[in-house]
Design a protein around this ligand. Structure first.
Ligand code: UD1
Length: 342
């Protein structure tokens, strides 16, 4: 059974990917510094898959620890690298934290595996497209100047990975550009665990519905979109997790498209914020307290992905729709209210 290193494996997308790797017959091994996750997630994963994944707690910015791990774990076949800081607003206030965490960890990992054969899957983001000129946006669209240090770390990481794959005969890399990950595992045992006040739409919606937040503000109702609110391509986190398994499989066979490749991971369909709220209300049976407020600075107006390349190249496509995204996010929020984590 191939061992796959999952950095950030106790995080939101990481934990779901650990589950899907196990179901696909891989042995996931987690490294996480728990800076934005919780040790209890390992127990939750065990409840789903019946085994507790191997876990190493350390910070990937610690080069000595990374080298030691690599020395002691010579049978890792692939790496899925999630571990990173991800709050757009915080990155504007603390750019160096973002460049340090997101770049040092990546460089330490790549350096430690130099000379070894490794398949590497990177979590990138549709944020690299900025405000796209053409919708749906394809992987060939230009990478726009990043509007936040967070976004810039994703762009720089993609460049580092492309150049490193080119320069090292044994490296193969796939960067997955996620659209907006939402939802939770069907068991409601794992899901998104935002630190403090959520910045992202879905946890804010579910926390408002459960009574943790008083009211949701829709950021802007006067955009030139279907109903004036921003449009995003929401993707169920379990579908997203499966895309990582598909990427590992493609790298195992050898990607005919080359040593470095990128794929959009979305559904290919856009929903406005107001449509997402309506879908939540329908799926949960809850009336949401919300009002339309001013625009949020830096928001992209609308973006959704062209997912043809991931369908043909990865053999992957999303199978869960907006109803599943909303009902699973709601089930998770209700589970958390009775079984707090952290
Ligand atoms: C942003 C980043 C994305 C990053 C993600 C992680 C950009 C362009 N995108 O996604 O790369 O991975 O954050 O945090 O930088 N909204 C409300 N009210 C709220 C919260 C959100 O109306 O209280 C709206 C936003 O205006 C947006 C949509 O909901 O239209 C989704 O917002 P959010 O979940 O924050 O994700 P993005 O901004 O799309």
């Amino acid at each position: 059974m191939s061992k796959i290193l999952v950095t950030g494996g106790t995080g939101y997308i990481g934990s779901h990917t650990v589950v899907e790797l196990h179901h696909a017959g891989y042995t996931p091994i987690i490294i996480d510094n728990l800076s934005n996750s919780n040790l209890q997630i390992l127990d939750q994963i065990e409840k789903i898959i019946g085994v507790k994944p191997e876990f190493h707690q350390f910070d990937l910015c610690d080069e000595a620890k990374v080298l030691e791990f690599v020395k002691n774990n010579t049978d890792i076949q692939g790496i899925i690298h999630f571990a990173a800081s991800k709050a757009v607003g915080e990155s504007v206030e603390k750019p160096l934290k973002y460049y340090r965490n997101n770049m040092f960890s990546l460089i330490n990992l790549l350096q430690a595996y130099q000379g070894k054969k490794i398949d590497f899957v990177f979590s990138s983001s549709c944020t690299v497209y900025g405000e796209p000129d053409v919708l749906p946006v394809t992987e060939a669209a230009p990478v726009k100047k990043a509007t936040s240090p967070y976004g810039n770390t994703k762009q720089i990481a993609e460049e580092i990975l492309a150049e490193t794959a080119e320069a090292n005969a044994n490296y193969q890399v796939i960067a997955l550009r996620y659209f907006n990950p939402v939802g939770a595992h069907e068991s409601a045992l794992i899901g998104e665990l935002p630190l403090g006040v959520p910045q992202n739409l879905l946890p804010f919606i579910t926390q408002t519905a459960i009574g943790k937040r008083e009211k949701l503000t829709v950021f802007g109702g006067d955009y030139d979109t279907v109903d004036g609110s921003c449009v995003r391509d929401y993707i169920h986190v379990v579908d997203l997790a499966k895309a990582h398994v598909a990427a590992i499989r493609l790298l195992e066979k050898g990607n005919p498209n080359g040593k470095y490749d990128v794929f959009n991971i979305g559904t290919g369909k856009g929903y406005s914020v107001l449509e997402a709220i309506a879908a939540f209300e329908k799926a949960s049976g809850q009336k949401l307290n919300y009002s339309v407020g001013p625009r949020r600075e830096g928001d992209v107006v609308q973006v959704w992905g062209d997912v043809n390349k991931s369908a043909s190249g990865l053999g992957w496509q999303a199978s869960l729709g907006i109803d599943d995204m909303m009902s699973s996010a709601w089930a998770w929020e209700k589970y958390l209210s009775e079984n707090p984590i952290g």
